[in-house]
Write a protein that binds this ligand. Structure first.
Ligand code: UDP
Ligand code: MG
Length: 312
């Protein structure tokens, strides 16, 4: 069986279109298909749309509805946990992940027994604002340089995985989930398929510039200790610098006397060092925040309704 996991947040218009498109290609897929939609606390009619879809196709549609918005990462985790298939795929509902690729991905995975996962990546970043592409590229450069886990530029969450790989992913029960890192951290052999970027069919993206920025910071902090090390390097460096400056000032005062000048430079140094300290505290705080959330051991998501509630 093939499980298709679809996280949905305010996607009432996209869901029927998505279902129709995937059904079209399902003829080329010999596995039975189970759809697992996750309603991630949508504020529109997403849940009703899913209820209706289930009523129409109870044999292949399942859904989970969260008690509130937990984020796409939580939705993915819930879907992977519910999936019963021996092949599992994760797709966005906005058709930015082309379903036409599915038969080819299944073929690739079955043709080579050494592969555990077929990933997809966008061949280009066309249709995206230039500034967003620029920051995205910078992020991948940075995270691959300082992190121990490799993240592929342009890789989407759309991927086909074997049962074995999904079981491995489910063993990572951390609260702060960054899927791009987790997919790569568990290892296994992944091959990437490129395709051209496309626009979403309906609705609007839920990502703003700031949410993307905070997402990238999570990506770095969750998979790398480099910022913490950086804080100590910067501290050591500025400490050495201040010792040298102290010696210079000391001998200059002895040789030339003290004409009580140099207030501007003093203020500059105080501001600079104060800024460094705040930066380092901020970095440490970020990690402590993550530890705080992890130690609470809260569930990653809470379910309010599933398709089983409709059966009674
Ligand atoms: N999504 C979700 N929870 C959220 C935000 C998004 O489940 O809090 C889903 C959304 O419905 C879509 C997928 O995640 O199926 C990707 O979202 P989006 O298209 O907004 O991201 P983009 O493609 O712009 O990166
Ligand atoms: Mg999208």
């Amino acid at each position: 069986m093939l499980s298709i996991i679809v996280p949905c947040y305010n996607e009432e218009d996209s869901i029927p279109l998505f279902f129709e498109e995937v059904e079209k290609v399902s003829a080329q897929i010999k596995q039975d298909i189970e759809y697992i939609f996750i309603n991630d606390g949508s504020k529109d009619q997403t849940l009703n749309t899913l209820r209706k879809l289930y009523k129409k196709h109870p044999e292949k549609v399942r859904y989970l509805s969260f008690s509130r918005n937990f984020g796409k990462e939580a939705g993915l985790y819930a879907g992977l946990k519910e999936a019963r298939g021996s092949l599992i795929t994760v797709m966005d509902v906005d058709l930015q992940d082309p379903p036409e690729l599915l038969p080819q991905m299944i073929q690739m995975l079955e043709a080579n027994k050494d592969l555990d996962c077929i990933g997809t990546r966008r061949g280009d970043r066309e249709g995206e604002p230039a500034i967003r592409s620029f920051f995205a590229r910078m992020f991948y450069k940075l995270v691959n340089k300082i992190g121990e886990t490799e993240m592929v530029d342009g890789a989407r969450d759309f991927r086909l995985m074997t049962r074995q790989m999904v079981d491995a992913i489910l063993e990572l029960t951390e609260y702060n989930r960054f899927s791009k890192g987790i997919f790569s951290w568990v290892g296994f052999n992944t091959e990437y398929l490129s395709y051209e970027n496309r626009e979403r069919v309906a609705g609007a993206t839920s990502w703003s510039f700031w949410s993307l920025l905070s997402y990238s910071i999570d990506g770095i902090v969750n998979f790398s200790e480099a910022p913490l090390n950086l804080a100590s390097y910067v501290g050591a460096f500025s400490c050495m610098g201040s010792v040298i400056a102290m010696l210079v000032i000391f001998f200059r005062t002895i040789i030339k006397g003290d004409p009580t000048s140099g207030w501007p430079s003093m203020v500059c140094i105080i501001l600079f060092v104060g800024g460094l300290q705040l930066l380092c505290l901020g970095i440490i705080g970020k990690y402590i925040g993550k530890i705080f959330m992890e130690t609470k051991k809260r569930p990653i998501y809470l379910v309010k309704e599933t398709e089983k509630d409709q059966q009674q």
